[in-house]
Design a protein around this ligand. Structure first.
Ligand code: FAD
Length: 374
């Protein structure tokens, strides 16, 4: 009988938790370390695409996500005055009846996925990070920030866009870089006219409203800025109000309700793509650590969830870790590259204020490919 294989997942975010679930489902013993002692997630809503919901089904969290979030097919595309121009059909036979779009609050998603993970009995090490990592031929030696050391058959770096594991494994890898845009997000009660993801195209920025539960939704506004700039957080509502001033329809209502206490987050968008191989020996990068995308396709977290799922499937079906990792790369590279490249292409079209049809064509093309099984 084969001895139980042992994996360490560094980072308990969306990608790391998904990998830990899938590796437990494949029968490995799993330790997870996260540097955050409270294992908390902050932030607004998140959009979930059909393929992401499909992956969630295989991780055992779909029913709860649909119960606590919001799902509806299609994307309504409106002009700046709020008139509906078209609905992009996001449905696909490849999704096998799963809704093709949805949204959820980030903290709600974190609590659903973490609850599922904890039922599978991993060892959680919170407030702990990795000091040193050494790949040997048949194991990986780890020394933790606590001073404790351990040996693993597999180590997964899921520690996000500023990944320390990436620096340790690939010191020459590209660094995250600013993508020329800021993303504003605002939480608010769901407007009765917003029934699905809704984009407002043709203005200076790209604006969208996404329901995340029957009662709540979030707005995003993607703003072009050639260089990162400093902003006074106490005046964010005034600046956002100015950015929304050319818009009519529901966005006019949203603007009229902005106050100093509105829940607004504004962040520069960054991206990084490690290259053709995210593995070294018995270690692998997943999620934003390997391929952080700008959010135009709302698929960054989705790719991290799929990475985790596929890693568990391939390590489960391959006794040899190297064979499992190479099968993982073969299934993940093209898909994640498509998301990063298409998102940057849409970002460029947005910054050039290209016609809405040119922008939606890239979205439709990429979503059709992502809907396919992989
Ligand atoms: C503005 C914006 C909007 C977005 N909207 C969407 C969307 O609508 N839909 C979508 O699918 N995606 C979206 N994304 C992308 C999505 O947020 C990310 O792709 C996703 O959160 C990445 O998950 P991750 O687990 O790889 O990394 P993270 O979420 O960053 O998690 C990393 C984890 O590792 C831990 N950690 C970090 N360093 C260490 C260390 N050294 N040791 C131990 N632990 C460590 C952290 O505490 C954290 O828990 C958006 C991104 C942005 C910026």
């Amino acid at each position: 009988m084969q001895a139980e294989r042992k994996a360490l997942v560094i980072g308990g975010g969306i990608a790391g938790m998904s990998a830990a679930i899938a590796l437990r489902q494949a029968g490995l013993s799993v330790d997870v370390c996260d540097r955050d002692p409270h294992w908390k997630v902050y932030g607004a809503g998140i959009t979930i695409t059909g393929p992401t919901l499909r992956a969630m089904g295989r991780l055992g969290v779909l029913d709860e996500v649909l119960r606590q979030g919001y799902a509806a097919d299609g994307i309504d595309v409106c002009s700046t005055d709020g008139r509906k121009l078209m609905t992009i059909d996001t449905r696909s036979d490849a999704l096998g009846g799963i809704p093709s779009a949805g949204g959820i609050l980030r903290p709600t998603l974190h609590s659903i996925i973490s609850a599922r993970l904890l039922t599978l009995g991993p060892t959680m090490m919170l407030g702990v990070t990795v000091e040193t990592l050494e790949n040997e031929a048949d194991h990986v030696n780890i020394v933790f920030s606590t001073g404790k050391s351990a040996r693993y058959d597999l180590v997964v770096g899921a520690d996000g866009i500023y990944s320390r594991t990436r620096q340790q494994l690939f010191p020459d890898a590209p660094r995250p870089h600013y993508a020329g845009q800021y993303c504003w997000r605002l939480m608010m009660p769901r407007h009765p006219d917003i029934l699905r993801r809704t984009f407002f195209l043709g203005g200076q920025g790209k604006v969208g409203l996404n329901p995340v539960s029957p009662d709540s939704m979030y707005m995003f506004y993607v703003e072009a800025q050639a260089e990162p700039i400093w902003r006074d957080e106490t005046k964010q509502h005034l600046l956002l109000s100015e950015l929304l001033s050319p818009y009519g329809g529901v966005l006019k209502d949203v603007r009229n309700k902005l106050t100093a206490s509105s829940q607004i987050v504004c962040r520069p968008l960054e991206t990084v793509f490690v290259g053709e191989d995210w593995t070294k020996g018995r270690t692998v990068l997943i999620g934003d650590a390997a391929h952080a995308t700008t959010p135009q396709l709302a698929s960054g977290a989705g790719m991290g969830i799929e990475d985790g799922l596929v890693l568990g499937e391939e390590i489960g079906r391959n006794v040899d870790i190297a064979a499992g990792l190479s099968a993982f790369m073969a299934r993940r590279y093209d898909r994640c590259k498509l998301v990063v490249d298409s998102s940057l292409e849409i970002s460029r079209l947005e910054r050039e204020q290209a016609p809405p049809a040119a922008q939606t064509a890239v979205v439709e093309r990429a979503l059709a490919t992502l809907n396919e099984e992989f």
